[in-house]
Design a protein around this ligand. Structure first.
Ligand SMILES: O=C1O[C@H](COP(=O)(O)O)[C@@H](O)[C@H](O)[C@H]1O
Length: 228
């Protein structure tokens, strides 16, 4: 595993990244449901994937067999607009008939330690996933794995404190969980991501680089992020 497993794919527009993301999620869902009767997908938080989630709503899917998980969550009240699960609900899950028992959100309102312990136990019974979707922050973080933070190697979900991006308290999947899928899709759009993406491609040791190197990973980039 390593660099040869990572493909950086440049699209002509941010819309094309969203279109391709929705197409790939849908294709992975169809494959998984045909093979095993259910689709287990880890969704990315943040703003970047919301357009792709919105596009999924308009596709005919076998929603009853979708199971959704989160790569990370922010320790805020469940209805706080900055919660990843809240943004995903508005963009996707409130608009399609995925059974609510299939929405495996991180109970981050319980506090980072307790939520991480509970999520670790839950996903231990569900892994491996069929697809893992991730974003990247301007500092090269992915999920809530931030540069300079230690990540425990022996758990699947970990508490995060003093995150440089608000809020400081979070829960993140760890590399142990993020390795547990045949493929990862990392979405990188916008000029704000250009510097970190370029540093990653030059070989910088960033959290996103470490996660991408866990196995087969496609990085979908728009022109602003990719630069020339
Ligand atoms: O805080 C977070 O940041 C990253 C990137 O977010 P974006 O808004 O720039 O797309 C995101 O991937 C992560 O899930 C989120 O909690």
């Amino acid at each position: 595993m390593g660099e040869q497993m990572i493909r950086f794919i440049r699209f002509d527009s941010t819309g094309a990244v969203a279109e391709e993301t929705a197409r790939r999620i849908s294709a992975a869902a169809r494959r998984a449901i045909a093979l095993r009767g259910r689709f287990l997908c880890v969704l990315a938080g943040g703003r970047t994937p919301l357009t792709a989630y919105d596009r999924l709503v308009h596709q005919p899917e076998d929603w009853a067999h979708w199971h959704l998980f989160l790569g990370d969550e922010r320790c805020l009240a469940p209805d706080d607009p900055e919660r990843n699960s809240r943004a995903i609900a508005s963009a996707l899950t409130e608009r399609v008939p995925i059974p609510s028992v299939n929405l495996h959100w991180i109970p981050a309102e319980a506090g980072a330690e307790s939520a991480a312990r509970r999520y670790d136990a839950l996903i231990a019974t569900q892994m491996p996933f069929d697809l893992i979707l991730l974003g990247m922050g301007e500092d090269g973080h992915t999920a809530s794995l931030f540069p300079g933070h230690e990540t425990p190697a022996d758990v699947r979900a970990a508490p995060v404190h003093e995150a440089p991006k608000p809020p400081p308290d979070r829960v993140t999947l760890t590399p142990l969980a993020l390795a547990a899928a045949p493929e990862r899709l990392i979405l990188v759009t916008g000029a704000g991501k250009r510097e970190a993406l370029a540093a990653w491609r030059r070989g910088a040791d960033l959290p996103v680089a470490r996660v991408a190197a866990l196995g087969r990973t496609d990085v979908l980039m728009d022109p602003d992020a990719a630069g020339d």
